[in-house]
Design a protein around this ligand. Structure first.
Ligand code: PEP
Length: 254
């Protein structure tokens, strides 16, 4: 079975209830390819999960932007995987570079989170990516392989994992990776999965690209053979997110 195109919208720490309602109504009204062509998952801040769940059309799905590393309890300010399941939230984003870098989440910590979230029945968008300094020093593959390894060591089933390659230098900067740069890392990541997990995991795991994806650049990126979709930040708050979802058609016609 082919890898279904995946488009995630990471709303980060943005929005008021009124703005969220507006974004959802734009999404609901958008003419997009059917669910068998593209899987769409939007990720509002925790406080709006219930609101979005109540309003979003059922062929779009919802992700939390984080969850706690183990069972809930005396962890002030955290939200557990069990709570997300209890609320009917099927997805969670883990290992986003903003959490790795600003909140010092280590590879091991992210790996533990991914394993625990999966064990509780969540599906995971697991993010990896190098900083500009790491790219310029030629260590991109070492960095993303180490981040992926910390996950691979802790899980055996990749069915509910989408791997998001998000170069830090491209996030929120308007400096998108070129299609060739994205394809190169996606190809290497798939090869890494082939060698270190299994050929089946490598062939079936979706590797999506994130970093300044827009309505203008999405089609060219989507045409790359190892780019299976996108994780979108800034543009997921705008009507152009619909155009990004539509870029799934590029794959269909390939
Ligand atoms: C992100 O934060 O996951 C992201 C890709 O952001 P942006 O699209 O704004 O670069």
């Amino acid at each position: 079975m082919g890898r279904k195109f995946f488009v995630g919208g990471n709303w980060k720490c943005n929005g008021t209830a009124e703005e969220v309602k507006k974004i959802v109504s734009t999404l609901n009204a958008g003419e997009v390819p059917s669910e068998d062509v593209v899987e769409v998952v939007v990720s509002p801040p925790f406080v709006f999960l219930g609101l979005v769940k109540g309003l979003l059309k059922p062929d779009f799905h919802i992700a939390a932007q984080n969850c706690w590393v183990k069972k809930g309890g005396a962890f002030t300010g955290e939200v557990s995987a069990e709570m997300l399941i209890n609320l009917g939230i099927p997805w969670v984003i883990l290992g986003h570079s903003e959490r790795r870098l600003i909140l010092n989440e280590s590879n091991d910590f992210v790996g533990d989170k991914v394993a625990y979230a999966l064990s509780q029945g969540l599906k995971v968008i697991a993010c990896v990516g190098e900083t500009l300094e790491q790219r310029e020093s030629g260590s991109t593959m070492d960095v993303v392989a180490a981040q992926t390894k910390a996950i691979a060591e802790r899980i055996s089933n990749w069915e509910n994992v989408v791997l998001a390659y998000e170069p830090v230098w491209a996030i929120g900067t308007g400096k998108v990776a070129s299609p060739a740069q994205a394809q190169e890392v996606h190809f290497e990541l798939r090869k890494w999965l082939q060698v270190n997990t299994s050929p089946e995991v490598a062939a079936t795991t979706r590797i999506i690209y994130g970093g300044s994806v827009s309505g203008a650049n999405c089609k060219e990126l989507a045409a790359q053979p190892d780019v299976d979709g996108f994780l979108v930040g800034g543009a997921s708050l705008k009507p152009e997110f619909i155009d990004i979802i539509k870029s799934a058609e590029v794959k269909k016609s390939m």
